[in-house]
Design a protein around this ligand. Sequence first.
Ligand SMILES: C[S@@+](CC[C@H](N)C(=O)[O-])C[C@H]1O[C@@H](n2cnc3c(N)ncnc32)[C@H](O)[C@@H]1O
Length: 232
Amino acid sequence: MPEFDPQAELDPQSQLDKMRLDWDQRARENARYYVATGKTDWSDAEFFASGEQAVAEDILTDMGNVCQGRDPRHMRVIEIGCGAGRITRALAGLFGEIHAVDVSGEMVARARQACADRPNVFIYQNNGTDLTVIPDTAPFDFAYSTIVFQHIPSRQVIENYVREVGRRLRPGALFKFQVQGDFRVQSSPDDTWLGVSFTEQQAMEMAWRCGFDPRYRHGAGEQYFWLWFFRK
Ligand SMILES: C[S@@+](CC[C@H](N)C(=O)[O-])C[C@H]1O[C@@H](n2cnc3c(N)ncnc32)[C@H](O)[C@@H]1O
């Protein structure tokens, strides 16, 4: 008989509550450090430059897949897990409209402050699992998420986000995101720092179940396992 594991008993709502509470606590303690652990004392300039660098590496090198011939200034973009607005601010300089969600109200407050001079940014605190807080006015053209799913201790929550993004993207559009690919990372249901890992097969199956074509991937087996899911 398997041993009783109290952590395995965590119900889905308690798990979402824990994500919110833990990330609120991290934001109060040192938001920028927990967003990007490279430094404990980021200056404004360094912090936002690191967001520009992420956009340069992940998006500007990949404009064919991201924009597919569209003018980025006319594109509507979803960002999942905006944290303190590090990348949101950089996305706003490139795309027409950014709609960003985060489970932590403390992070959302910091992201709003970081993007206060960017009228094309809309930031929402969400419930940690879906995109219902984003007004359903028009389809989106691109979705992006980095260093977020690697912290989520539930494949069900991550898959729900993928399905939600699928509902909101126009056909053919790209969801480019990063998950934890390193299987040496041991997650447990109440650990909101070390999230669940994905094998290539698990990632592909998630794409198919959620109506995506998983066209490219990079970094399988590593922390930065990047997925290019194109909406069918
Ligand atoms: C390490 S930070 C990265 C923030 C941002 N992506 C960046 O790179 O600057 C992770 C963020 O994901 C958010 N997060 C964690 N779990 C989440 C969930 N289930 N839904 C939405 N956001 C979540 C946290 O509140 C935190 O702001």
